[in-house]
Design a protein around this ligand. Structure first.
Ligand SMILES: Cc1cc2nc3c(=O)[nH]c(=O)nc-3n(C[C@H](O)[C@H](O)[C@H](O)COP(=O)(O)OP(=O)(O)OC[C@H]3O[C@@H](n4cnc5c(N)ncnc54)[C@H](O)[C@@H]3O)c2cc1C
Length: 437
């Protein structure tokens, strides 16, 4: 069935310049991005910068309770290279240090550890930004970009063929594409249609998330308490009028405990958080609603299909330990862009070769994060002396030996292996001359 023969769909799209709504019938593009979350929107910008005509389909959701993302140096370079960082920086706060405190009550506790970004010659390990602000800014920039058409709808069917790909909108109409980037998150339909096998598992944990205003400064240091239920992590946030010191909290607890904590009035929950933090940040008050996210993990047997590649949570899922999720997703995107550089998307063989490269390049990075975080998380959940001893020993060992310590920090911030072009260091640009400034 030729898409050109399809009847006009019910969906329409607003032309960025004229503001006139136009029917979507016969909309065509080089790259169709499915899903307008942080990964999908970032991918749309990256492919537009490569000179591709991009359509992105998804509802822009900016009401995620209490969620922030810590973006490390490679991710900051990615957004700087795309001319997006200036607008994101207005919402972010730097993380100059990471403190880890063993609060498991184990008889083999490791001493508190503090890592400073200057040890690896960086001003900061990265920047922490509210998820909603990130998505809103990326969506606003997409609407302003003439190479990107943002369609606020859902896709209900994908058609992936050697000769071309297309997607049907839930409200009617088809979009023809030469290539599809599947960024619709953990339940990706494109992944299912491509026949990609997934292995999923869950943890007896829920991540409670909330933004906090507090009495004492955080000194740009993120503090991770390792508790029996999982990590309890404060990450610095940008202050605002009336709340100069702010942090986000991610607290992994059992599902039953999550229900109890969510039912507490805000001042009582704040008091429990103060107790768990041993007074680190002084008096605490909640600065927004509390979110609750059941913890699970997922890996896939491959990350590509016919004229299609997975990115972000369509490709991998794990608990928020070490702030790796979106950072890994941006590496997916930067790698994919490199793998398709110079590829004529009208030539299926060229696409296949590009996707073989993507498959090879992502396997190790994704595998390492999914497995590493699984081991670390389980080591907290298992109450067994040998496991406590091994965890404390590993942390002490890595943090005591200078080169290992620095290698560990670098691996978290800019992982080794070939660095994709969008994440390579560039000479600093002044705000005034930065693209998109
Ligand atoms: C508590 C918590 C803390 C975290 N902290 C960090 C951190 O500090 N640093 C970090 O790097 N990562 C962090 N992460 C991970 C990070 O938030 C996620 O990796 C990231 O938000 C996932 O983005 P995504 O775009 O892949 O998926 P999603 O955000 O799930 O986006 C997918 C989008 O696709 C849409 N969609 C679904 N189906 C369709 C369809 N059929 N058609 C169109 N659209 C569709 C969905 O509505 C959604 O908008 C954290 C995660 C959690 C849970």
């Amino acid at each position: 069935m030729s898409p050109a023969n399809e009847k006009a769909g019910k969906s329409d799209v607003k032309d960025a310049r004229s503001g006139v709504r136009q029917p979507l019938a016969n909309l065509e593009c080089d790259v169709l991005v499915a899903g307008a979350g942080s990964a999908g929107l970032s991918a749309a910008h990256a492919f537009a910068a490569q000179g591709r005509k991009v359509v992105i389909v998804g509802k822009v959701e900016t009401h995620l309770a209490g969620r922030t993302v810590a973006l490390f140096e490679g991710s900051l370079r990615f957004y700087r290279a795309l001319g997006l960082w200036t607008r994101l920086a207005e919402h972010s706060a730097p993380m100059e240090g990471i403190q880890m405190i063993d609060d498991t009550g184990s008889i083999f506790p490791s001493a508190p550890k503090e890592f400073r970004s200057r040890e690896i010659d960086l001003d900061a390990f990265g920047e922490n930004i509210e998820n909603n602000a990130l998505v809103a800014e990326l969506a606003a920039a997409a609407r302003e970009n003439p190479s990107i058409t943002l369609v606020e709808d859902l896709i209900d069917l994908f058609d992936l063929n050697f000769s071309g790909a297309r997607a049907r909108l839930a409200s009617g109409g088809w979009i023809d594409a030469k290539f599809i980037v599947a960024g619709e998150g953990r339940n990706s339909q494109a992944r299912q249609i491509a026949g990609i096998t997934v292995t999923t598992w869950s943890y007896p944990q829920v991540a409670l998330t909330v933004l906090l205003a507090h009495e004492k400064p955080h000194h740009q240091i993120s503090t991770e308490f390792h508790k029996r239920s999982g990590p309890f992590t404060f990450v610095p946030l940008r202050g605002r009028e009336g709340a100069p010191y702010r942090s986000s909290l991610v607290w992994l607890v059992s599902p039953r405990e999550a229900l109890r904590l969510q039912a507490l009035p805000p001042d009582m929950l704040a008091a429990e958080i103060e107790d768990e933090a041993h007074g680190l940040l002084g008096a605490i008050r909640l600065d927004g609603p509390v979110g609750a996210f059941p913890m699970g993990a997922m890996k896939t047997d491959r990350v590509t299909g016919t004229r299609m590649a997975l990115i972000g949570e369509s490709a991998h899922l794990f608990p928020p330990i070490g702030a790796q999720g979106l950072n890994l997703s941006l590496r997916d995107i930067a790698n994919l862009v490199d793998c398709l550089e110079g590829v004529n998307l009208d030539e299926p063989d060229e696409i296949s070769r590009g996707l073989e490269r993507y498959e090879r390049q992502r396997a190790r990075d994704i595998g390492l994060r999914v497995r590493g975080i699984d081991i670390l998380n389980r080591s907290l959940l298992i109450h067994a002396l040998p496991v406590d001893f091994a965890r404390a020993f590993a942390l002490n060992f890595f943090s005591a030996i200078g080169p290992l310590r620095r290698a560990l920090m670098r691996e978290g911030v800019t992982p080794h292996g070939p660095t994709p072009k969008l994440m390579r260091a560039r000479p600093p640009v002044s705000r005034a001359s930065a693209p998109g400034a």
